[in-house]
Ligand binder design. Sequence first.
Ligand SMILES: Cc1cc2nc3c(=O)[nH]c(=O)nc-3n(C[C@H](O)[C@H](O)[C@H](O)COP(=O)(O)O)c2cc1C
Length: 342
Amino acid sequence: MPIDSPIRTAACDLLGCDYPIMLAGMGGVSRSELVAAVVAAGGYGLLGMVRESPDLIRREIAAVRARTDRPFGVNLIPYGTDPALLEAELLACFEARVHSVCFFWEVRPDLIARAREAGCRVLYQVGNLADARAAEQAGADIVICQGVEAGGHVHGGVASLALLPQVTNALSIPVLGSGGFASGAGLVAALALGAQGIHCGTMFLATDESFAHDFHKRRVVEAGSDETVYSDVFAINWPPRSPVRTLRNSVTDAYRDDLLGHGPDDFPREPVAEEEGRPVYRFSTDSPLRSMTGDFEALAPFAGQSCGLVNAVRPAGDVVRRMVAEAEATVARLCGRADGRA
Ligand SMILES: Cc1cc2nc3c(=O)[nH]c(=O)nc-3n(C[C@H](O)[C@H](O)[C@H](O)COP(=O)(O)O)c2cc1C
């Protein structure tokens, strides 16, 4: 029985969720515990599995399934992954019959076709209008439209408020807004711009179930929106000139006047932390995780401008429920009614 809510959209039917609120597949951060908590509260979740081993992908899929029978997906980034590893990751997803795969960065029609053949819904996060059109043309089921205010890797240069309505006007498949959305009013704004929901990273990073280290969660909670920095100084692990949005730290301060134009070979391999015996380097794209020890201040503190809307670390289910309540109240206010119904 579908939930009766003014913010429910057709994308919810496609995804098998109650509310059009999607947890972004944040690498390292969006693991099984967080995905299960978001889907249990009626949202949709993506495991962040960029560059992870097929073994971990299989384990994490099984761990979500052990906690819930609701659908969820897996996020992969072809551009940032060695082709042989990507192939093994895809096979792990297809063999596990995941409900959806979500790709990010440049559009790969070959991968869309393969994922569809394997029976997965295909979500594609893009950062510009041309890529949005290309993803639809190649058969994606949903396009996720990322604005430049987003946290983590950022593919485009246009803010959500300007880009999202252009993409929703141009496409006939459902579009989700991504970047800057961390409130119920923001969700309603995305719907007003023609989107069928939102895709959130920073907001869910600061939750009890996220795999981010407490150090990172605390920084997100304490930061204002003007403390994010757009740079490519966190370069090791990715191809050159792949910009990210992080909070300011000692690394961005040192490159204050030279934030862009870098690649992985421009920086020394200087271990500053460790994850189960693996060295983690300054200038790498690794962010501080629960499983790491070391100098967290020097690691990539990914966060979007939406960090200014995040004021506490909460259970992820509460974050979803608060957003739904606030969105319904916003719709009611806009309709001049107080009962929450449109
Ligand atoms: C810590 C962190 C890690 C991220 N990792 C990924 C990733 O692995 N794959 C991906 O497609 N997007 C990743 N992103 C970007 C998100 O998909 C999304 O574009 C972004 O979080 C939206 O902006 P918001 O942070 O304001 O919600 C990451 C974002 C954050 C904050």
